[in-house]
Design a protein around this ligand. Sequence first.
Ligand code: NAP
Length: 257
Amino acid sequence: MDRRAALVTGGSRGIGRGICLELGKLGYGVVVNYATRSDAADEVVAKIIGSGGQAVAVKGDVRSPDDRAGLVRAALDTFGRLDVLVNNAGISSVGRKDILEATEESWDAVFNTNLKGPFFLTQAVAHTMIDLIDRGAMPGGKIINISSISSHTISVNRADYCMSKAGVSMMTRLFAQRLADNGISVFEIAPGVIASDMTASVKEKYDQLIADGLWPIRRWGQPEDIGRAVAAIVSDYFPFSTGECINVDGGFHIRTL
Ligand code: NAP
């Protein structure tokens, strides 16, 4: 019960993996959630345990109510508490179709994974955190939502993705207001373009755009960049903040003239 515990959805690869490793370094017991890639999740768990931490891989689809309940149960069964939730799992627009050709299939897949799943997982985790805090089992809670620069920047070939991420921004402020009195703070991290499987297919396009100065810090973002932002939040370096969005995008959000 002394070890703080964190649940990271989509912790098996990319940004989620980077977040899990940073939380492991801080001594958190980490629930490394994955949807299908048990091999990748096991590798993350092995890395955390190999450097003296504790972690467990748990399969679960954030779109499924039963699986969401299973994730919360796994955290409690393994670590006896749940201090941190990171809503990271997400998918891009299926087929990246122009807005005039966009499909309901992509809409449903993207919204269920990127917004509905995280909303109801947050609701379930909030109930659990409130109970733990009220019983004195832990001092407070943190919920961190991984949105995107797409929450404020349009791509007409990924409308559903952009709209789901704009929803994640609003969700952050809603839960921040509701949970402040319970000792739970809620943050949004808006990553820029980060090197992961999600962006592998557009690597050459962004190599060129980055070289041309699309954002001020001319390099790819790395999963570790997001992991370190999460580490700062869970280390309580923002004790008088909630509902805050932290841009980790190399400065992309700065408007220039
Ligand atoms: P990624 O490399 O494609 O990894 C996606 C992760 O999500 C994997 O761990 C995957 O699990 C998991 N996942 C997918 N669907 C799931 C579901 N239904 N239930 C549970 N887990 C699921 O993606 P990423 O680039 O790391 O992106 C992570 C998050 O950051 C997403 O929310 C994304 O929108 C956001 N983001 C990414 C970028 C970027 O440039 N990469 C920029 C801004 C925001 P499996 O390994 O089992 O498949």
